[in-house]
Structures are given as C-alpha cells and as structure tokens.
Design a protein around this ligand. Structure first.
Ligand code: SAH
Ligand code: SF4
Ligand code: F3S
Length: 480
C-alpha cells in the first residue's frame, strides 16, 4: 500500500467534464459523481478540451438516446488521441446495459460504470489514470446493502434541487429497459431524505423535486404493501418533508398509476407545500395496448384517479407520457389515445415513438407499424395536445400567480433575440425567470437594479400580461 502511495503522481488540481443525457435521475447522479471525484482532486469544468476526465452519463430508454452516446464517443476520439492521459468513462443506463461489450467496441474508452457503482468511481478513475487500466463495474447492489450517496450543499446559488428518494423499478412494462438498467426498487431511508432536504434548505433551496422511477412506490420495499416494515409511504414522506421550515415547495416525478394511493391523492388537498403539478404516465388510451404493454393500469381507474385528484386540488396540472406505434397498435387503439387526451385535457404531455429495446418483452413482438405511420400518429398527438396546452396557458392571462424566482431568464442571459417583449430586455433592465405553482416558466422584467441579487429564492405575486407557447411574461405585483 505504502508503495503505491509513494509512486503515485503528485496531486494537482484536475478537471472533470460530465455530459448528462436522459432523465432527472441522471442529472442527480452526475452531481453526485462530480462530488465524489473531489476526493481525487477533480473539479468540474464546462470545457471538455481541457478536461483530465470526461464522463458521459448515458440514457438508453429509446434508441435515439443511445445514438447520442455513440456520436459523442466519436467526437471525443480525436481528443483522446491528442491527450493519451485523458480518462474517458461511460456511466448511466447504457453502461449498465452494455457493460464489458462497450469496452470491447470502443478502444478509446477506459471505464464503464453502472448507476449502482458511483461510489467506486474515484478508485476506478485513479487506477485508469495511474495504471492505464480499463475496467467495467456494473454489479447491482442488493437492497439490503444499498447505500445512497450523500449529496453535498450546492454552491451555485440555485433555489431548486432534485432529491432522489428511491431508485430502480419492479414494474417491468414490456417496452421498458429501466428495470434492467436501474435494478430493483430501493427506497432511501426517510431520515436520510429529511436530512438531505434540511441541508439543502440550509443552503438556500426553496423547492425540491423528489425523484425516483416510481416515487409513489416509495417505502414499499421496506414496509410491504400492508405497511408493516416501519418505513413511511410516499404521502407520509411528503408530510415529513413539508414540516421543514424554510422549504416552500415540493414536487415529485415520476409515478406509475398503479401505486397512486388514496393517501397521495389526499395529500394534494391537505398539503399546501405540495405543488398542483402531477406527471402521471399512462402511455396509451387503449386497454388492449396497455395489456400488451403490461402496464397493470385500467383506463377508467386512471381517469377516476384524475377526477379524484381534481376534487382534492381543482387547479392541479396533470401531465403524462404517451407511446405511439407500440407493436400491434391499430388505428382504433390509437384513436382511443386521442380520445383520452381530449377527456383528461392534460396541461402538457411527452409523446414518443415506440422504440424496441434490447432484452425487453416487447422487443420479441414484431415491430409491425411503418415508421411513416408512427410519425403521423406522433404528429396527431402533438397537434391535439398543443391546442389543449395553448388554451390552458391562455387561462392564466391577466391572473395573479405566486412565482418563485430562480435566477436570470435564460433568454436574457443568453442574449437571444426574440419577437416577444424579451427582446427589449437584452442589454436592458434585468429579466428574471421563476415558476408558477403549476411549473410554468414566467419571465419578469424589472427596473430593480438589484433584482438578480435579491429576487432568487423569493416568492412574489406576478400579474401575467403575455402568454407564449410554453411560458408566460408578467410584471411584479408584490413580494409575499
Ligand atoms: N417510470 C415511469 C417512466 C419512466 S421512462 C413510468 O412508469 O411511467 C419515461 C418514459 O419514456 C415512459 O413513460 C415512456 O413513455 C417512454 N419510454 C420508455 N420506454 C420506451 C420505449 N421503448 N420506446 C418509446 N418510449 C419509451
Ligand atoms: Fe419503465 Fe414501467 Fe418501470 Fe416506468 S414503471 S420505469 S415505464 S418499467
Ligand atoms: Fe434514461 Fe436511464 Fe433515466 S434509461 S430515462 S437515464 S433511468
């Protein structure tokens, strides 16, 4: 041991560039990777040309996301040829899915690190750096031994943060790769969640978004469906978090309809810190397709839950995920999806063309719908939803809404030109971005010279005076 210590390169400041693809879970994991690497003197950088370590944190939910990784790896090749000292790693869901095979296929890749192995990243990186060893770590850790990596206080002045409360998925929908890339459901102990949120609030966070592949299954791995194992369920967890002074807003994502309990529905009526925003993926409006997808959801039960949610919280903004072109989806099945969108009137949706994923049950069914037809269905879904979303946003015109300010408006800080009132703000008075309770972005222009310093983290009443396609513009009425 002593020997390795003595011969290792003298410590100097090193830089890590992390490219994050995929879902919020990867965003959270990338932050934890950045933090654990500080033990090896790596500081984050946005400039990959000067980085000593590059990590691509990948997603494999659709083939498109996987292609993104392949193209990024291609781009990094010249960099690696130029600087043989550079360590190149792939993490996340493609790493888990492909393992060793990735190292074989990509000669300039050093490390493949699965989502359960982030704690080992510093040692793996050190070995790669000092011994030029190439390695793969993709073992899943059993739920009894699983330790969530502790988050550190953010130092960038942000006011909202993700907090992972559970990982993995036990649902095995036939189209989905996530159960094989993230392993089984494991809940973070509620005491740990609470102390993480408290730490975040102490460092200026006002809003948390609780993360997991199925957050509403929180605690089931510890307490069972009968609730005997001594852990809180998801609504109990929300209540505990809501009791934290200084925390203003709670959101969560994502949920499977199956574990959307009555207690969770009640929480929306009872808990003012729980924001009226709920992403509840259905995937299809056809019972037949849902069965083929193994979604364990009945459309009428789902719609009934939404009705109850709307009783508990009349203004709740519902959103969903839709897959079009699942194998065997007939025109009539597809029409039922459109019908569901008309019935529920979501405030927004994410719609995807079905993409066969390796090793999933659906990948064994013939992918029988021509791409042109799939694209047409996607377009139809998006057209319908755009109209519904526009009408919903329009309903805020002239309203006074509570806005939590986050920082400079992106349009403003990027100096982009646009035909809205934003254009006038470029180089002019400060413009700030905040969000409404329904998670809609609002840009507010002000003559307050200190707004960029003082407003982030504060909630104010804002009057909406312009409705855009995806965001709003408003003017400050008063701080709370
Ligand atoms: N746990 C969540 C979803 C996680 S994956 C849930 O159960 O609802 C995010 C979304 O990606 C899914 O809701 C689905 O709409 C989409 N998706 C997953 N696998 C896909 C595939 N093979 N092809 C197309 N879209 C897919
Ligand atoms: Fe995938 Fe289904 Fe699990 Fe969601 S619930 S992550 S869609 S397997
Ligand atoms: Fe993608 Fe993995 Fe998230 S497949 S969507 S990064 S859980």
């Amino acid at each position: 041991m002593m020997h390795t210590e003595l011969t290792s390169t003298p410590d100097r400041q090193r830089f890590v560039y992390i490219e994050t693809m995929g879902c919020q879970m990867n965003v959270y994991d990338s932050e934890r990777m950045g933090e654990v690497l500080s033990s090896e003197q790596y500081a984050p950088t946005d400039d990959r040309s000067t980085a000593d370590l590059i990590i691509i944190n990948t997603c494999s939910v659709r083939d498109k996301s996987e292609h993104k990784m392949v193209s990024m790896l291609g781009k990094l090749r010249p960099l690696k040829e130029h600087n043989p000292e550079l360590v190149l790693a792939v993490s996340g869901c493609v790493a888990q899915q492909e393992g060793e095979k990735l190292l074989k296929r990509v000669p300039h890749l050093d490390l493949v690190v699965g989502p359960d192995q982030i704690a080992d990243l510093p040692v793996m990186v050190r070995n790669a750096r000092e011994q030029r060893s190439r390695a793969t770590a993709t073992r899943f850790i059993h739920k009894n031994d699983y330790e969530f990596i502790e988050a550190q206080a953010p130092a960038d002045g942000r006011v909202t943060s993700f907090v992972t409360v559970m990982k993995g998925c036990n649902k095995f929908c036939s189209f989905c790769i996530v159960p094989s890339t993230r392993g089984r459901e494991v809940s973070k102990p509620s005491d740990k969640v609470v102390s993480e949120v408290q730490m975040l609030v102490d460092s200026g966070i006002r809003e948390v978004t609780l993360l997991g592949q199925n957050v509403n299954s929180y605690g089931l791995d510890k307490r069972g469906r009968k609730g005997v194992g001594g852990e809180l369920d998801f609504s109990g967890l929300i209540d505990r978090i809501a009791a934290i002074d200084g925390l203003e807003r709670i959101r969560f994502t994502t949920s499977h309809p199956m574990d959307c309990s009555d207690r969770l529905i009640d929480a929306f009526g009872r808990q003012p810190k729980l924001m009226p925003w709920f992403h509840l993926p259905i995937q299809s409006g056809s019972e037949r397709v849902l069965r083929m997808m193994r979604r364990r959801t009945i459309v009428e039960d789902y719609v009934d839950r939404i009705e109850r949610l709307r009783k508990a919280r009349p203004d709740i903004a519902m959103s969903t995920d839709i897959i079009v072109g699942f194998p065997g989806e007939s025109r009539a099945d597809f029409e039922q999806t459109l019908e569901l969108l008309r019935r529920v009137r979501y405030s927004s949706i994410y719609a995807f063309i079905y993409s066969p994923r390796p090793g999933t049950a659906a990948a064994r069914i013939e992918d029988d719908i021509p791409l042109a037809e799939k694209k047409e269905r996607l377009y139809a879904v998006q057209q319908l939803q755009n109209a519904v979303t526009a009408k919903w946003l329009q309903s805020f015109d002239g309203a006074e809404l509570d806005v939590l300010f986050e920082g400079p408006s992106r349009l403003h800080s990027r100096g982009q030109k646009s035909n809205s009132i934003v254009a006038r703000a470029v180089g002019g008075p400060p413009q700030l971005m905040g969000r409404t309770p329904h998670n809609v972005k609002v840009n507010v222009e002000t003559t307050d010279f200190y707004a960029l310093r003082d407003w982030p983290g504060q909630i104010a009443k804002v009057r909406i005076d312009h409705v855009g396609n995806h965001s709003l513009n408003g003017s400050l009425v008063a701080f709370r």
